[in-house]
Design a protein around this ligand. Structure first.
Ligand code: FAD
Length: 473
Protein backbone atom coordinates (compact mmCIF):
# COMPACT_ATOMS: atom_id res chain seq x y z
CA UNK A 1 0.00 0.00 0.00
CA UNK A 2 1.26 3.46 -0.84
CA UNK A 3 0.58 6.59 1.13
CA UNK A 4 -2.20 7.43 -1.25
CA UNK A 5 -3.98 4.08 -1.21
CA UNK A 6 -7.40 4.94 0.19
CA UNK A 7 -9.56 3.14 2.71
CA UNK A 8 -13.28 2.92 2.00
CA UNK A 9 -15.46 3.69 5.01
CA UNK A 10 -18.88 2.18 4.34
CA UNK A 11 -21.32 4.21 6.43
CA UNK A 12 -24.68 2.77 7.35
CA UNK A 13 -26.51 3.61 10.57
CA UNK A 14 -23.48 5.33 12.08
CA UNK A 15 -23.86 8.92 10.95
CA UNK A 16 -21.49 10.62 13.38
CA UNK A 17 -17.88 11.68 13.65
CA UNK A 18 -17.25 11.19 17.35
CA UNK A 19 -16.85 7.83 19.02
CA UNK A 20 -16.81 6.09 15.67
CA UNK A 21 -14.35 3.17 15.84
CA UNK A 22 -14.54 2.40 12.10
CA UNK A 23 -13.84 6.03 11.17
CA UNK A 24 -11.10 6.16 13.76
CA UNK A 25 -9.51 3.07 12.27
CA UNK A 26 -9.85 4.41 8.71
CA UNK A 27 -8.09 7.64 9.70
CA UNK A 28 -5.38 5.99 11.79
CA UNK A 29 -2.96 5.25 8.97
CA UNK A 30 -3.14 8.78 7.60
CA UNK A 31 -4.10 7.39 4.19
CA UNK A 32 -7.06 8.90 2.33
CA UNK A 33 -10.52 7.89 3.50
CA UNK A 34 -13.50 7.60 1.17
CA UNK A 35 -16.76 7.61 3.12
CA UNK A 36 -19.57 6.05 1.12
CA UNK A 37 -23.26 5.48 1.78
CA UNK A 38 -24.96 2.85 -0.36
CA UNK A 39 -28.65 2.96 -1.21
CA UNK A 40 -29.15 -0.80 -1.35
CA UNK A 41 -32.16 -3.05 -0.75
CA UNK A 42 -31.96 -2.48 2.97
CA UNK A 43 -32.55 1.24 2.39
CA UNK A 44 -35.07 0.71 -0.40
CA UNK A 45 -37.29 -1.37 1.88
CA UNK A 46 -37.35 1.09 4.78
CA UNK A 47 -40.72 2.50 5.82
CA UNK A 48 -41.76 6.02 4.81
CA UNK A 49 -40.75 7.88 7.97
CA UNK A 50 -37.40 6.18 8.66
CA UNK A 51 -36.39 6.54 5.02
CA UNK A 52 -37.25 10.23 5.00
CA UNK A 53 -35.45 10.74 8.32
CA UNK A 54 -32.41 8.85 7.05
CA UNK A 55 -32.18 11.28 4.15
CA UNK A 56 -31.99 14.18 6.59
CA UNK A 57 -29.33 12.36 8.59
CA UNK A 58 -27.30 11.77 5.44
CA UNK A 59 -27.48 15.42 4.40
CA UNK A 60 -26.27 16.35 7.85
CA UNK A 61 -23.46 13.82 7.80
CA UNK A 62 -22.35 15.04 4.37
CA UNK A 63 -22.07 18.55 5.79
CA UNK A 64 -20.21 17.38 8.87
CA UNK A 65 -17.75 15.43 6.71
CA UNK A 66 -17.29 18.51 4.52
CA UNK A 67 -16.17 20.45 7.57
CA UNK A 68 -13.33 17.98 8.10
CA UNK A 69 -12.13 18.23 4.49
CA UNK A 70 -13.92 15.04 3.48
CA UNK A 71 -17.06 14.15 1.53
CA UNK A 72 -19.88 11.65 1.53
CA UNK A 73 -19.97 9.63 -1.66
CA UNK A 74 -23.47 8.35 -2.46
CA UNK A 75 -24.02 5.30 -4.63
CA UNK A 76 -27.00 3.13 -5.41
CA UNK A 77 -27.02 -0.62 -6.03
CA UNK A 78 -26.09 -3.85 -4.30
CA UNK A 79 -23.50 -3.20 -1.60
CA UNK A 80 -21.00 -5.64 -3.05
CA UNK A 81 -21.27 -4.29 -6.60
CA UNK A 82 -20.88 -0.71 -5.40
CA UNK A 83 -17.91 -1.49 -3.17
CA UNK A 84 -16.19 -3.45 -5.92
CA UNK A 85 -16.74 -0.60 -8.35
CA UNK A 86 -15.30 1.89 -5.88
CA UNK A 87 -12.29 -0.32 -5.26
CA UNK A 88 -11.68 -0.51 -9.01
CA UNK A 89 -12.07 3.26 -9.44
CA UNK A 90 -9.96 4.35 -6.48
CA UNK A 91 -7.40 1.61 -5.95
CA UNK A 92 -8.57 1.17 -2.34
CA UNK A 93 -7.21 -1.90 -0.57
CA UNK A 94 -9.22 -1.71 2.67
CA UNK A 95 -12.90 -1.50 3.47
CA UNK A 96 -14.17 -0.83 7.00
CA UNK A 97 -17.62 -0.46 8.53
CA UNK A 98 -19.63 -0.55 11.75
CA UNK A 99 -21.28 -3.88 12.48
CA UNK A 100 -25.05 -4.39 12.30
CA UNK A 101 -26.84 -7.27 14.02
CA UNK A 102 -30.29 -7.58 12.44
CA UNK A 103 -30.62 -10.78 10.38
CA UNK A 104 -30.65 -9.05 6.96
CA UNK A 105 -27.62 -6.95 7.85
CA UNK A 106 -25.66 -9.95 9.06
CA UNK A 107 -26.29 -12.01 5.94
CA UNK A 108 -25.49 -9.09 3.62
CA UNK A 109 -22.34 -8.14 5.53
CA UNK A 110 -21.12 -11.74 5.72
CA UNK A 111 -21.46 -12.14 1.96
CA UNK A 112 -19.80 -8.79 1.26
CA UNK A 113 -16.94 -9.54 3.63
CA UNK A 114 -16.12 -12.92 2.20
CA UNK A 115 -16.37 -11.70 -1.41
CA UNK A 116 -14.10 -8.71 -0.79
CA UNK A 117 -11.62 -10.85 1.10
CA UNK A 118 -11.61 -13.29 -1.79
CA UNK A 119 -10.81 -10.28 -4.03
CA UNK A 120 -7.69 -9.81 -1.89
CA UNK A 121 -8.88 -6.80 0.10
CA UNK A 122 -8.50 -6.19 3.79
CA UNK A 123 -11.91 -5.92 5.41
CA UNK A 124 -12.59 -4.90 8.98
CA UNK A 125 -15.92 -4.54 10.76
CA UNK A 126 -16.04 -2.60 14.02
CA UNK A 127 -18.31 -2.26 17.04
CA UNK A 128 -20.09 1.05 17.58
CA UNK A 129 -23.81 0.37 17.48
CA UNK A 130 -23.87 -1.26 20.91
CA UNK A 131 -22.21 -1.09 24.29
CA UNK A 132 -21.63 -4.82 24.43
CA UNK A 133 -21.16 -7.17 21.52
CA UNK A 134 -23.93 -9.78 21.65
CA UNK A 135 -21.39 -12.63 21.90
CA UNK A 136 -19.54 -10.94 24.77
CA UNK A 137 -22.49 -11.22 27.13
CA UNK A 138 -23.27 -14.75 28.25
CA UNK A 139 -25.05 -16.58 31.06
CA UNK A 140 -23.05 -18.71 33.51
CA UNK A 141 -23.50 -21.76 31.32
CA UNK A 142 -22.34 -19.90 28.23
CA UNK A 143 -25.77 -19.35 26.70
CA UNK A 144 -27.47 -16.09 25.82
CA UNK A 145 -29.86 -14.16 28.02
CA UNK A 146 -33.56 -14.70 27.49
CA UNK A 147 -34.56 -12.57 30.45
CA UNK A 148 -33.62 -8.93 30.82
CA UNK A 149 -32.87 -8.53 34.56
CA UNK A 150 -30.00 -11.05 34.80
CA UNK A 151 -28.48 -9.50 31.68
CA UNK A 152 -28.66 -6.07 33.27
CA UNK A 153 -26.97 -7.44 36.41
CA UNK A 154 -24.23 -9.04 34.37
CA UNK A 155 -23.35 -5.87 32.44
CA UNK A 156 -24.08 -3.11 34.96
CA UNK A 157 -20.58 -2.87 36.38
CA UNK A 158 -18.60 -3.69 33.30
CA UNK A 159 -15.94 -1.34 32.11
CA UNK A 160 -17.02 0.43 28.97
CA UNK A 161 -14.22 2.16 27.06
CA UNK A 162 -14.35 5.95 26.92
CA UNK A 163 -15.75 7.49 23.74
CA UNK A 164 -13.25 8.25 20.97
CA UNK A 165 -12.74 11.84 19.88
CA UNK A 166 -13.98 13.07 16.49
CA UNK A 167 -11.23 13.59 13.92
CA UNK A 168 -10.71 17.24 13.06
CA UNK A 169 -9.36 16.41 9.56
CA UNK A 170 -10.14 13.33 7.56
CA UNK A 171 -7.48 12.64 4.93
CA UNK A 172 -9.01 13.11 1.48
CA UNK A 173 -8.09 11.39 -1.79
CA UNK A 174 -6.59 13.53 -4.56
CA UNK A 175 -9.55 12.74 -6.78
CA UNK A 176 -13.00 12.00 -5.44
CA UNK A 177 -15.08 9.27 -7.05
CA UNK A 178 -18.41 10.36 -8.54
CA UNK A 179 -21.39 10.57 -6.26
CA UNK A 180 -25.14 10.45 -6.80
CA UNK A 181 -27.18 13.48 -5.85
CA UNK A 182 -29.10 12.81 -2.62
CA UNK A 183 -32.20 14.54 -3.99
CA UNK A 184 -32.34 12.09 -6.88
CA UNK A 185 -32.91 9.27 -4.43
CA UNK A 186 -36.27 10.80 -3.46
CA UNK A 187 -36.17 9.28 -0.01
CA UNK A 188 -39.01 11.48 1.20
CA UNK A 189 -41.45 10.54 -1.53
CA UNK A 190 -43.62 8.24 0.56
CA UNK A 191 -44.01 10.82 3.32
CA UNK A 192 -46.45 12.87 1.27
CA UNK A 193 -47.93 15.59 3.43
CA UNK A 194 -46.45 14.18 6.62
CA UNK A 195 -42.94 15.52 6.12
CA UNK A 196 -43.86 19.16 6.73
CA UNK A 197 -45.59 18.25 9.98
CA UNK A 198 -43.10 15.73 11.37
CA UNK A 199 -40.16 18.06 10.58
CA UNK A 200 -41.21 20.23 13.51
CA UNK A 201 -40.57 17.39 15.93
CA UNK A 202 -37.26 15.90 14.91
CA UNK A 203 -33.69 16.61 15.99
CA UNK A 204 -31.22 15.73 13.27
CA UNK A 205 -27.49 15.19 13.61
CA UNK A 206 -24.76 14.83 16.15
CA UNK A 207 -25.00 18.29 17.71
CA UNK A 208 -28.74 17.96 18.11
CA UNK A 209 -28.26 14.55 19.75
CA UNK A 210 -25.73 15.95 22.20
CA UNK A 211 -28.07 18.83 22.89
CA UNK A 212 -30.83 16.39 23.69
CA UNK A 213 -28.58 14.41 26.02
CA UNK A 214 -27.41 17.58 27.76
CA UNK A 215 -30.94 18.89 28.25
CA UNK A 216 -32.11 15.55 29.58
CA UNK A 217 -29.27 15.34 32.09
CA UNK A 218 -29.70 18.94 33.18
CA UNK A 219 -33.46 18.93 33.61
CA UNK A 220 -35.03 15.50 33.63
CA UNK A 221 -32.72 12.72 34.76
CA UNK A 222 -33.30 13.48 38.45
CA UNK A 223 -36.98 12.52 38.10
CA UNK A 224 -36.63 9.97 35.32
CA UNK A 225 -37.82 6.92 37.24
CA UNK A 226 -40.76 8.70 38.83
CA UNK A 227 -41.97 10.37 35.65
CA UNK A 228 -40.89 8.29 32.66
CA UNK A 229 -44.24 6.51 32.46
CA UNK A 230 -46.27 9.70 32.54
CA UNK A 231 -47.83 10.39 29.17
CA UNK A 232 -48.41 14.04 29.98
CA UNK A 233 -44.85 14.87 31.05
CA UNK A 234 -41.81 15.23 28.83
CA UNK A 235 -39.63 13.09 31.09
CA UNK A 236 -37.54 11.00 28.70
CA UNK A 237 -34.46 11.75 26.61
CA UNK A 238 -35.84 11.42 23.08
CA UNK A 239 -32.49 9.90 22.10
CA UNK A 240 -33.94 6.85 20.35
CA UNK A 241 -34.30 8.93 17.19
CA UNK A 242 -30.59 9.73 17.13
CA UNK A 243 -29.52 6.27 18.22
CA UNK A 244 -31.47 4.84 15.29
CA UNK A 245 -29.15 6.61 12.81
CA UNK A 246 -26.03 6.40 14.93
CA UNK A 247 -25.94 10.16 15.48
CA UNK A 248 -24.78 9.54 19.02
CA UNK A 249 -22.99 6.51 20.36
CA UNK A 250 -24.42 4.42 23.18
CA UNK A 251 -21.02 4.75 24.91
CA UNK A 252 -21.38 8.52 25.00
CA UNK A 253 -24.81 8.17 26.60
CA UNK A 254 -23.63 5.44 28.99
CA UNK A 255 -20.72 7.49 30.34
CA UNK A 256 -22.92 10.58 30.73
CA UNK A 257 -25.51 8.50 32.57
CA UNK A 258 -22.89 7.16 34.94
CA UNK A 259 -21.58 10.66 35.59
CA UNK A 260 -25.10 11.77 36.53
CA UNK A 261 -25.37 8.77 38.85
CA UNK A 262 -22.07 9.62 40.54
CA UNK A 263 -23.19 13.22 40.90
CA UNK A 264 -26.05 11.96 43.05
CA UNK A 265 -28.91 11.49 40.59
CA UNK A 266 -30.00 8.04 41.73
CA UNK A 267 -32.66 7.82 39.00
CA UNK A 268 -29.92 7.95 36.34
CA UNK A 269 -29.57 4.23 37.01
CA UNK A 270 -33.03 3.67 35.57
CA UNK A 271 -31.98 5.54 32.45
CA UNK A 272 -28.94 3.28 32.09
CA UNK A 273 -31.24 0.31 32.53
CA UNK A 274 -33.37 1.46 29.62
CA UNK A 275 -30.29 1.74 27.47
CA UNK A 276 -29.60 -1.88 28.32
CA UNK A 277 -33.12 -2.82 27.11
CA UNK A 278 -31.84 -1.70 23.70
CA UNK A 279 -28.79 -3.94 24.18
CA UNK A 280 -31.08 -6.79 25.20
CA UNK A 281 -33.09 -6.37 21.99
CA UNK A 282 -29.92 -6.69 19.90
CA UNK A 283 -28.61 -9.54 22.05
CA UNK A 284 -31.84 -11.40 21.34
CA UNK A 285 -32.10 -10.65 17.65
CA UNK A 286 -28.49 -11.72 17.18
CA UNK A 287 -28.92 -15.02 19.01
CA UNK A 288 -32.46 -15.69 17.82
CA UNK A 289 -33.01 -13.95 14.46
CA UNK A 290 -36.57 -15.28 14.41
CA UNK A 291 -37.42 -12.47 16.85
CA UNK A 292 -37.80 -10.21 13.84
CA UNK A 293 -40.60 -12.04 12.05
CA UNK A 294 -41.67 -15.23 13.77
CA UNK A 295 -43.24 -15.88 17.15
CA UNK A 296 -40.24 -16.12 19.42
CA UNK A 297 -42.18 -18.71 21.42
CA UNK A 298 -43.16 -21.40 18.93
CA UNK A 299 -46.15 -22.36 21.09
CA UNK A 300 -47.77 -19.21 19.68
CA UNK A 301 -47.65 -20.55 16.15
CA UNK A 302 -51.14 -21.39 15.03
CA UNK A 303 -52.73 -18.79 17.32
CA UNK A 304 -55.74 -17.44 15.40
CA UNK A 305 -54.52 -13.86 15.01
CA UNK A 306 -56.79 -11.60 13.00
CA UNK A 307 -55.42 -9.98 9.84
CA UNK A 308 -56.14 -6.77 7.94
CA UNK A 309 -59.59 -5.27 8.32
CA UNK A 310 -61.60 -2.26 9.47
CA UNK A 311 -60.40 -2.61 13.06
CA UNK A 312 -56.75 -2.38 12.02
CA UNK A 313 -57.46 0.65 9.87
CA UNK A 314 -59.33 2.34 12.73
CA UNK A 315 -56.32 1.64 14.95
CA UNK A 316 -53.92 3.18 12.42
CA UNK A 317 -56.08 6.27 12.04
CA UNK A 318 -56.61 6.80 15.75
CA UNK A 319 -60.34 6.10 15.35
CA UNK A 320 -60.88 3.19 17.71
CA UNK A 321 -62.95 5.28 20.09
CA UNK A 322 -60.57 4.45 22.95
CA UNK A 323 -59.19 7.88 23.73
CA UNK A 324 -55.69 7.07 24.94
CA UNK A 325 -55.11 4.63 22.08
CA UNK A 326 -56.31 7.16 19.52
CA UNK A 327 -54.24 9.96 21.07
CA UNK A 328 -51.12 7.82 20.89
CA UNK A 329 -51.72 6.82 17.26
CA UNK A 330 -52.10 10.50 16.36
CA UNK A 331 -48.94 11.38 18.28
CA UNK A 332 -47.16 8.80 16.15
CA UNK A 333 -48.43 10.31 12.92
CA UNK A 334 -47.63 13.89 13.86
CA UNK A 335 -44.26 13.47 15.55
CA UNK A 336 -42.91 10.19 14.14
CA UNK A 337 -42.55 9.06 17.75
CA UNK A 338 -44.68 7.69 20.52
CA UNK A 339 -44.23 7.62 24.27
CA UNK A 340 -42.99 4.22 25.48
CA UNK A 341 -45.99 3.64 27.75
CA UNK A 342 -48.27 4.57 24.86
CA UNK A 343 -46.45 2.09 22.59
CA UNK A 344 -47.23 -0.63 25.11
CA UNK A 345 -50.88 0.43 25.34
CA UNK A 346 -51.57 0.59 21.61
CA UNK A 347 -49.72 -2.68 21.05
CA UNK A 348 -51.69 -4.39 23.80
CA UNK A 349 -54.97 -3.03 22.45
CA UNK A 350 -54.17 -4.25 18.93
CA UNK A 351 -52.88 -7.69 19.83
CA UNK A 352 -55.14 -8.45 22.77
CA UNK A 353 -58.42 -6.52 22.59
CA UNK A 354 -58.49 -6.76 18.80
CA UNK A 355 -56.56 -10.07 18.59
CA UNK A 356 -54.60 -8.75 15.61
CA UNK A 357 -51.30 -10.28 14.54
CA UNK A 358 -48.43 -8.36 16.15
CA UNK A 359 -46.67 -8.24 12.78
CA UNK A 360 -49.27 -5.79 11.45
CA UNK A 361 -48.51 -3.47 14.35
CA UNK A 362 -44.79 -3.95 13.90
CA UNK A 363 -45.11 -2.98 10.24
CA UNK A 364 -47.14 0.15 10.92
CA UNK A 365 -44.54 1.30 13.44
CA UNK A 366 -41.82 0.54 10.90
CA UNK A 367 -43.67 2.78 8.45
CA UNK A 368 -44.25 5.70 10.82
CA UNK A 369 -41.49 5.83 13.45
CA UNK A 370 -38.55 8.14 12.93
CA UNK A 371 -36.78 6.11 15.64
CA UNK A 372 -37.59 2.80 13.99
CA UNK A 373 -35.15 0.14 15.07
CA UNK A 374 -35.41 -3.45 13.83
CA UNK A 375 -34.49 -5.03 17.17
CA UNK A 376 -36.33 -2.80 19.65
CA UNK A 377 -39.45 -2.71 17.51
CA UNK A 378 -39.66 -6.48 17.08
CA UNK A 379 -38.88 -7.09 20.74
CA UNK A 380 -41.40 -4.45 21.86
CA UNK A 381 -44.20 -6.00 19.81
CA UNK A 382 -43.46 -9.57 20.81
CA UNK A 383 -43.04 -8.55 24.44
CA UNK A 384 -46.48 -6.98 24.52
CA UNK A 385 -48.17 -9.67 22.42
CA UNK A 386 -46.86 -12.34 24.79
CA UNK A 387 -45.08 -14.30 22.06
CA UNK A 388 -41.64 -12.91 22.89
CA UNK A 389 -38.87 -13.54 25.40
CA UNK A 390 -39.32 -12.13 28.89
CA UNK A 391 -42.80 -11.23 27.66
CA UNK A 392 -45.76 -9.89 29.54
CA UNK A 393 -47.84 -12.94 30.49
CA UNK A 394 -50.81 -13.53 28.21
CA UNK A 395 -53.28 -12.66 30.95
CA UNK A 396 -51.77 -9.19 31.44
CA UNK A 397 -54.08 -7.17 29.26
CA UNK A 398 -53.70 -3.47 29.82
CA UNK A 399 -56.96 -1.67 30.39
CA UNK A 400 -56.39 1.50 28.36
CA UNK A 401 -58.84 3.56 30.43
CA UNK A 402 -57.28 2.61 33.76
CA UNK A 403 -53.82 3.20 32.31
CA UNK A 404 -54.91 6.62 31.06
CA UNK A 405 -56.20 7.60 34.49
CA UNK A 406 -52.92 6.56 36.02
CA UNK A 407 -50.46 7.99 33.52
CA UNK A 408 -52.48 10.89 32.11
CA UNK A 409 -54.46 11.88 35.20
CA UNK A 410 -55.71 15.22 33.89
CA UNK A 411 -56.23 14.00 30.32
CA UNK A 412 -53.64 16.52 29.08
CA UNK A 413 -52.07 13.98 26.72
CA UNK A 414 -55.41 12.96 25.27
CA UNK A 415 -56.46 16.60 24.78
CA UNK A 416 -53.14 17.34 23.13
CA UNK A 417 -53.73 14.81 20.36
CA UNK A 418 -57.52 14.51 19.90
CA UNK A 419 -59.35 17.25 18.04
CA UNK A 420 -62.80 15.72 17.74
CA UNK A 421 -65.15 16.67 20.54
CA UNK A 422 -63.14 19.77 21.40
CA UNK A 423 -64.37 23.25 20.52
CA UNK A 424 -60.83 24.63 20.56
CA UNK A 425 -58.48 21.82 19.61
CA UNK A 426 -54.79 22.52 20.14
CA UNK A 427 -52.43 22.80 17.17
CA UNK A 428 -50.91 19.42 17.99
CA UNK A 429 -54.28 17.74 17.49
CA UNK A 430 -55.07 19.70 14.33
CA UNK A 431 -51.68 18.89 12.83
CA UNK A 432 -52.82 15.29 12.43
CA UNK A 433 -55.22 16.37 9.68
CA UNK A 434 -52.43 18.14 7.81
CA UNK A 435 -50.26 15.05 7.98
CA UNK A 436 -52.63 12.17 7.32
CA UNK A 437 -53.46 11.00 3.79
CA UNK A 438 -56.36 12.86 2.15
CA UNK A 439 -57.80 9.48 1.22
CA UNK A 440 -58.56 8.88 4.90
CA UNK A 441 -61.15 11.62 4.60
CA UNK A 442 -60.88 12.71 8.20
CA UNK A 443 -61.79 16.10 9.62
CA UNK A 444 -61.47 17.64 13.09
CA UNK A 445 -65.20 18.28 12.84
CA UNK A 446 -65.93 14.54 12.78
CA UNK A 447 -67.69 13.23 15.84
CA UNK A 448 -65.63 11.07 18.14
CA UNK A 449 -66.08 7.43 17.15
CA UNK A 450 -67.74 5.08 19.61
CA UNK A 451 -65.44 2.36 20.92
CA UNK A 452 -64.99 -0.33 18.27
CA UNK A 453 -64.94 -2.88 21.06
CA UNK A 454 -66.18 -2.94 24.62
CA UNK A 455 -63.02 -3.16 26.72
CA UNK A 456 -64.42 -5.82 29.03
CA UNK A 457 -65.71 -7.94 26.14
CA UNK A 458 -62.37 -7.58 24.32
CA UNK A 459 -60.46 -8.70 27.37
CA UNK A 460 -62.68 -11.73 27.89
CA UNK A 461 -62.51 -12.65 24.21
CA UNK A 462 -58.71 -12.51 24.32
CA UNK A 463 -58.49 -14.64 27.47
CA UNK A 464 -60.88 -17.19 25.95
CA UNK A 465 -58.83 -17.32 22.73
CA UNK A 466 -55.60 -17.92 24.65
CA UNK A 467 -57.22 -20.60 26.80
CA UNK A 468 -58.61 -22.32 23.74
CA UNK A 469 -55.29 -22.19 21.93
CA UNK A 470 -53.39 -23.61 24.88
CA UNK A 471 -55.87 -26.43 25.41
CA UNK A 472 -55.82 -27.42 21.75
CA UNK A 473 -52.07 -27.49 21.35
P1 FAD B 1 -35.65 7.02 27.14
O1 FAD B 1 -36.71 6.71 28.15
O2 FAD B 1 -34.97 8.32 27.26
O3 FAD B 1 -34.62 5.81 27.19
C1 FAD B 1 -33.25 5.94 26.77
C2 FAD B 1 -32.96 4.95 25.68
O4 FAD B 1 -33.12 3.62 26.15
C3 FAD B 1 -33.87 5.05 24.47
O5 FAD B 1 -33.49 6.07 23.58
C4 FAD B 1 -33.76 3.66 23.87
O6 FAD B 1 -32.60 3.53 23.08
C5 FAD B 1 -33.61 2.79 25.10
N1 FAD B 1 -34.91 2.24 25.48
C6 FAD B 1 -35.83 2.78 26.31
N2 FAD B 1 -36.88 1.96 26.43
C7 FAD B 1 -36.64 0.88 25.66
C8 FAD B 1 -37.35 -0.31 25.36
N3 FAD B 1 -38.54 -0.59 25.91
N4 FAD B 1 -36.80 -1.19 24.50
C9 FAD B 1 -35.59 -0.96 23.94
N5 FAD B 1 -34.86 0.16 24.19
C10 FAD B 1 -35.38 1.06 25.03
N6 FAD B 1 -37.50 1.82 20.45
C11 FAD B 1 -36.80 2.22 19.38
O7 FAD B 1 -35.74 2.83 19.52
N7 FAD B 1 -37.24 1.92 18.11
C12 FAD B 1 -38.40 1.22 17.89
O8 FAD B 1 -38.74 0.96 16.73
C13 FAD B 1 -39.17 0.85 19.02
N8 FAD B 1 -40.37 0.21 18.86
C14 FAD B 1 -41.08 -0.15 19.97
C15 FAD B 1 -42.30 -0.85 19.79
C16 FAD B 1 -43.06 -1.23 20.89
C17 FAD B 1 -44.36 -1.98 20.69
C18 FAD B 1 -42.60 -0.92 22.19
C19 FAD B 1 -43.42 -1.32 23.39
C20 FAD B 1 -41.40 -0.25 22.38
C21 FAD B 1 -40.63 0.14 21.27
N9 FAD B 1 -39.40 0.83 21.42
C22 FAD B 1 -38.68 1.18 20.32
C23 FAD B 1 -38.83 1.06 22.77
C24 FAD B 1 -39.16 2.41 23.42
O9 FAD B 1 -40.52 2.70 23.34
C25 FAD B 1 -38.36 3.58 22.84
O10 FAD B 1 -37.00 3.24 22.78
C26 FAD B 1 -38.51 4.83 23.72
O11 FAD B 1 -39.85 5.24 23.76
C27 FAD B 1 -37.64 5.91 23.16
O12 FAD B 1 -37.83 7.13 23.82
P2 FAD B 1 -36.61 7.85 24.53
O13 FAD B 1 -35.45 7.88 23.63
O14 FAD B 1 -37.14 9.14 25.06
O15 FAD B 1 -36.31 6.83 25.70
Amino acid sequence: MTETTPTILWLRRDLRLSDHPALHDACASGQPVIPVFIHDDEVATLGAAPKWRLRLGLAHMAKALGETGSKLVLRRGSALDVLRALVAETGARRVVWTRGYAPGQISRDTDVKSALKADGLEVQSHPGLLLFEPWDVATKDGGFYKVYTPMWRSVRDRDVASPLPAPTRIPAPKVWPDSDDLDDWQMGRAMNRGAAVVSGHIHVGEDAARGRLGAFLAHRVARYKSERDRLDIDACSGLSENLAYGEISPRTIWHSGWRALHEGHAQAEDFLKELVWREFAYHLIYHTPRLESQNWRPEWDGFPWQGEGDAVQAWRQGRTGIEVVDAAMRELYVTGRMHNRARMLVASFLTKHLLVDWRLGRDWFAECLVDWDPASNAMGWQWVAGSGPDAAPYFRIFNPDTQAQKFDPKAAYRKMWLAEASRTPPETALAFYDACPRSWNLSPKDTRPSPIIDLKDGRERALAAYKDHRENQ
